[in-house]
Design a protein around this ligand. Structure first.
Ligand code: AMP
Ligand code: MG
Length: 317
């Protein structure tokens, strides 16, 4: 039997048994469980040490199952046709008779949904009779994983199975757009805000803080390697791992390149991987070069600001 197919079958066996499984997506790896099952979804919160009030994103193959769970509107359909499957999540109104576990929404009347593009995960979703609740497969507030080994790094033996789909192509979480009473971008991510606005001929804003929802993606300290990070650095100190986005003539042993020549998509793809490597090499301090705040650079800077909050706390105490 084809290896991928037998691995998908293994994943299905665990998922049908209300277990959590690591799944590859083009953004980052997810910690997936049956979104209809209270037992399975409660395990996600436990493994991640995630506060119950932070709702999960639910992953679908296409609109067939989604129609049973959510109220579909015109703006959603337009964006779905343009960007799905892909790195964008939509917040929609939840139908009253939806089967989605209350754990997923924290009893709210809205649901965040996504259609991931990764081939393996699409093949998996197609074979399931339920959608998958899947937040990023990292311990709450820590760096998101972009490979199978990263997921194992996070959870060790506590996770029963990880479907190996290679390194995530985008390496940064999905853009989240609220399409309920208001249209707002709740998290910057894989699809650029300016592209969405151009496509819809609109002026949708990114709201940093949402009333009533304290979400990990919106909370101040997040995506943190637990090492102090200095941003916009030109000249690093000796004891800092220095992250750059453009090759320098003279580079030191402590230099880490995210891209050869400021390609921001490459920067996004390599960021979490590099932070993880630096952490493994036991650096105590990180410095990072300024990243242009355009295109996906906006999302990268948003993550770095949150990751660096630890440093501010650290230097204050
Ligand atoms: P992650 O844990 O990295 O997958 O992030 C999931 C993100 O989706 C969090 O920032 C959640 O707050 C957000 N999210 C999930 N459901 C909703 C919802 N119903 N409304 C707003 N944001 C949501
Ligand atoms: Mg996350």
């Amino acid at each position: 039997m084809n290896k991928n197919l037998s691995n998908i079958k293994k994943a299905i066996k665990y998922l049908n048994n209300d277990e959590c499984v690591g799944i590859p997506t083009e953004t980052v790896y997810g910690l997936a469980a049956n979104a209809y099952s209270n037992k399975a979804t409660s395990k996600i919160f436990k493994l991640k040490k995630r506060p119950k009030k932070n709702p999960l994103i639910v992953h679908y193959y296409n609109l067939n199952l989604l129609k049973k769970d959510c109220v579909i509107n015109g703006k959603f359909l337009k964006l779905y046709k343009k960007y799905s499957p892909g790195p964008i999540s939509f917040v929609l109104k939840l139908k009253k008779n939806s089967l989605i576990s209350k754990n997923v929404t924290n009893n709210k009347k809205t649901l965040a949904v996504r259609f991931p593009k990764h081939t393996l995960t699409r093949r998996l979703l197609k074979k399931l009779k339920y959608p998958l609740a899947a937040p990023s497969a990292n311990v709450s507030t820590k760096i998101s994983p972009v490979s199978k080994l990263d997921v194992i790094d996070e959870f060790g033996k506590k996770i029963k199975y990880v479907l190996d789909g290679g390194q995530s192509k985008i390496g940064l979480e999905s853009t989240i757009i609220n399409l309920t009473d208001r249209t707002q971008i709740l998290r910057l991510g894989g699809i650029e805000k300016k592209d969405i606005n151009k496509f819809l001929k609109s002026n949708i804003h990114f709201v940093k803080k949402q009333k009533n929802i304290l979400s990990p993606g919106q909370s101040k300290v997040h995506y943190s390697p637990n090492i102090p990070i200095r941003l916009n650095v030109k000249n690093p100190k000796k004891n800092e791992a220095f992250i750059l986005i453009k090759k320098r003539k003279h580079s030191g042993k402590n230099f880490y390149y995210l891209s050869y020549n400021k390609n921001l998509k490459e920067v996004a793809k390599n960021l979490y991987k590099t932070l993880r490597t630096i952490k493994k090499r036991k650096f105590k301090y990180i410095a990072i070069e300024k990243i242009p705040n355009k295109g996906i650079g906006e999302a990268i800077n948003d993550r770095l600001k949150r990751a660096s909050k630890f440093y501010e706390k650290f230097s204050r105490s």
